[in-house]
Write a protein that binds this ligand. Structure first.
Ligand SMILES: [Zn+2]
Length: 336
């Protein structure tokens, strides 16, 4: 099927979020996807999932309890889609607008009983064979309270290039294809988009260029719009719209690449809905009256959009665990 796979996760991006973004600004990239499905997002122990359990389900094909990162309900480590990609000798990368060790990216590369074990998750990241990491959270690698390790030093010693926002402009970064790299966009959490964070689209392009050259077997890239969730937790429409716009710009980069390349599957989904967002009466195009029912997550199903070779697998209604099965099928049935 596809040589490359790009998985976009809009954290907290339910159907209301997508509707609001499209009504606010027509021409949203999701309108260009030919295949749509729905996934139900429940955790093993709760109909209302958190990002840890939902990302673990998508990353491993196993339901787990809320807070768990890449482990089953008995806390045993699970094989992830990144392991499957590496088994196919594909290049792999993670690009997020939160810290790298935050729940969603963590579930794809780490195995820990709790999402709040940030330093242990950072250790798992450092021990992984992922080729590219872009996101915040340098402090969990370098200024640790649980031990004296300096993970960036260990990574450099292993030949991994380490960059950060302080010394390298990501808009000019040109990482060597031969070398894995990590780029820290912030010491802790990156800024919200409305306060000036703008690297996601450019970093998506960088990631595609870098990973595309890194392995002849193709690449698997995870991109997360992490702060859509936070703006909905905070019930803040303005912040929400700027996060969706940022996410869409990044998606547009990937979509344009996939349509040119013709050998890349792009899948876009969410881990859960956040805020119980509603488009209330009185809403008009570009002047929406958004309301929220909660500061937390809800149990609504979330849409799945797919484009490219293998996209038809993503039609229908299924559990979040099926995302792993479908992606695995694509990765394991590549043309030789
Ligand atoms: Zn959340």
């Amino acid at each position: 099927m596809a040589k490359n796979v790009i998985l976009f996760i809009g954290d907290g991006m339910g159907l209301s979020q997508i509707s609001a973004a499209i009504y606010n600004q027509p021409g949203f990239s999701l309108e260009r996807f030919p295949v749509i499905g729905f996934q139900s997002t429940a955790a093993a122990d709760d109909l209302i999932t958190d990002s840890a359990a939902a990302a673990t389900a998508m990353a491993t094909g196993q339901k787990t309890r809320n807070n768990a990162i890449g482990v089953d309900t008995l806390l045993q480590p699970l094989t992830t889609i990144f392991d499957v990609a590496k088994g196919q000798e594909m290049a792999t990368g993670v690009l997020v607008t939160s810290t790298l060790v935050h729940a969603t990216p963590a579930a794809f590369l780490a195995h820990q009983s709790s999402r709040s074990l940030y330093e242990q998750i950072a250790s798992d990241f450092a021990a992984s064979d992922v080729d590219m990491l872009i996101g915040g959270g340098r402090q969990y690698f370098d200024r640790r309270s649980s031990d004296d390790r300096v993970l960036t030093g260990e990574l450099k010693a292993r030949g991994v290039a380490v960059y950060d926002y302080f010394s390298n402009d990501i808009f000019r970064l040109n990482p060597k294809t031969e070398t894995p790299f990590i780029y820290f966009t912030a010491d802790n959490q990156p800024l919200p988009a409305f306060q000036g964070r703008d690297y996601l689209p450019a970093a998506t392009e960088l990631a595609i260029n870098y990973l595309g050259k890194r392995s002849p077997q193709g690449f698997f890239l995870l991109v997360e719009g992490s702060q859509i969730d936070w703006s909905c937790h905070a019930n803040q429409p303005e912040s929400f719209f700027s996060e969706m716009e940022d996410f869409d710009q990044a998606l547009k980069v990937a979509l344009d690449f996939a349509l040119r390349d013709k050998n890349t599957l792009v899948v876009v989904t969410a881990d859960h809905e956040t805020g119980g967002m509603a488009l209330n009466p009185g809403s008009k195009h570009r002047r929406l009256s958004l309301a929220f029912t909660t500061n937390g997550h809800t149990g609504s199903m979330v849409p799945v959009f797919a484009l490219g070779p293998g996209c038809e697998l993503f039609r229908g209604i299924y559990e979040n665990t099926a995302i792993f099965e479908k992606l695995k099928k694509v990765l394991e049935s590549k043309e030789p």
